[in-house]
Design a protein around this ligand. Structure first.
Ligand code: HEM
Length: 81
């Protein structure tokens, strides 16, 4: 549900493409959440969170917001924060 659809339109020359697509974006997000989940200043916000799912959601969100997918099916940022 949260994964970007394989059939989605990828804008040519988009930031998504220039970053290196799904594989690179996943590595970036994994590295980011490794630090967030292990930092005492932020870890508590994600105490009950399914960490694997959170990484997938963020990859899907960044995919959408950098032009790699034409829709975001997750919650609104306002709602979730
Ligand atoms: C650029 C800044 C940020 C972006 C783009 C972002 C993005 C996201 C996304 C995509 C989700 C998942 C939405 C869904 O479930 O559909 C999420 C959930 C969440 N975010 Fe953020 N976020 C940001 C900053 C933060 C910060 C600064 C905090 C806390 C210090 C935070 C705490 C959370 C929490 C607690 C959840 C819910 C986790 C759960 O479902 O258990 N986020 N965020």
């Amino acid at each position: 549900m949260y994964l970007a659809k394989k059939t989605s339109i990828i804008e040519p020359g988009s930031l998504y493409e220039r970053l290196g697509g799904h594989e690179v974006l996943t590595k970036i997000v994994e590295g980011m959440y490794y630090r967030i989940f292990n930092n005492p200043d932020s870890a508590d916000f994600f105490r009950k969170t399914d960490k694997h799912m959170q990484i997938q959601r963020m990859v899907a969100f960044f995919t959408y917001s950098t032009g790699g997918a034409d829709e975001w099916e997750g919650k609104s940022m306002k709602e979730v924060h």
